[in-house]
Unconditional design. Structure first.
Length: 315
């Protein structure tokens, strides 16, 4: 039985670039799959990486697995050991986990259910340069057969539509808990994509919270990331919160409670904290609609003799 040796050159090195993965709002237990790659030096078995961006068994962790497809290989079981990693733009390993010797039968998966914290990855430019997550899988044989090292590179692209609008809310200070303001964004064909409702919550005067109800009607939208900013008297924008949620074909609604209360938004004590202009509250709103993974590409580089120690930069 071979003992895993991660210091030797791998049999297969698979690099997967996922563009806009941070805008793909999936539920816990939902995965994305890399393009399938055939590893001829591992008996023509078919492999794919499975990534759970919102976790599966843990809601705050990213889970990462190597999966063998139910392929047409004549080999029913094959033993390998592997390493899964996230890389920086320069190819530096940011986090990684290594397996022991594992037996892959057809349709089986092995991996790590606590690969990395979601907050670490999604809030870091190092992990997401230009909104691209770079995932890597290296595999080694567990026998004494010498295989040609193989590089495979793939890319998955999540389609994201960005829409921004300015919401001018007139006579903001006169709005009561029974009042409502709304704003609509439309497509170029004048179809309603989303409706936003602003209202107040709270029983005591001066302590009301400002809420924005969100209803996405675009049937193609899979998820929405909504951000809002209040413009002050000096032209600067104050972040008032964001909300991310799956759209479920227009069936689901969401609510964002602004980080500033009504009393704070209509404050007149400090010029830096004055947000009303002639009684008008100006909100700058940004919407990021994600639809689906719209394109996938895969390429192969074979090295007959010798190998590279690090992956070449993805074009």
């Amino acid at each position: 039985m071979a003992t895993p040796n991660y210091d030797i050159k791998s049999t297969c090195n698979f690099l997967w670039n996922i563009q806009n993965v941070n805008f793909l709002c999936l539920k816990t237990s939902q995965k994305i799959e890399s393009p399938v790659f055939v590893v001829d030096v591992l008996e023509n078995t078919e492999r794919a990486m499975h990534l759970y961006p919102r976790g599966y068994s843990s809601a705050d962790m990213i889970e990462f697995y190597l999966h063998r497809k139910d392929d047409g290989s004549s080999t029913d079981d094959i033993d390998v050991y592997f390493e899964l990693a996230f890389l920086s733009e320069s190819g530096k390993t940011l986090c990684s986990s290594q397996s022991a010797k594992l037996r892959f039968s057809k349709g089986s998966s092995w991996g790590f259910d606590s690969f990395e914290k979601q907050t670490t990855v999604y809030s870091s430019r190092e992990y997401l340069p230009y909104n691209i997550l770079i995932a890597q899988c290296k595999m080694w044989r567990c026998d004494e057969k010498v295989g040609v090292e193989k590089y495979l590179m793939a890319e998955s692209y999540v389609a994201v539509q960005r829409r921004s609008f300015q919401w001018n809310i007139e006579k903001f200070s006169t709005i009561g808990c029974n009042d409502q303001r709304h704003s609509v964004i439309r497509s170029i064909t004048n179809e309603v994509l989303a409706i936003f409702y602003l209202n107040l919550t709270g029983k005591k005067v001066g302590e009301e919270k400002v809420e924005i109800g969100i209803h996405v009607l675009d049937p193609d939208a899979k998820s929405l990331l909504f951000k809002t900013f209040a413009k002050n008297n000096q032209g600067y924008f104050r972040n008032c919160g964001e909300k991310e949620f799956p759209c479920d074909g227009g069936k689901k609604k969401a609510t964002l409670t602004l980080t500033l209360s009504k009393n704070e938004l209509q404050n007149t004590d400090s010029a830096r904290h004055i947000y009303l202009r002639n009684g008008v509250l100006i909100l700058h709103c940004e919407c990021f609609f994600s639809t689906k993974i719209v394109s996938e590409t895969i390429g192969t580089i074979d090295f007959g003799i010798g190998s590279l120690d690090t992956a070449p930069p993805f074009p």
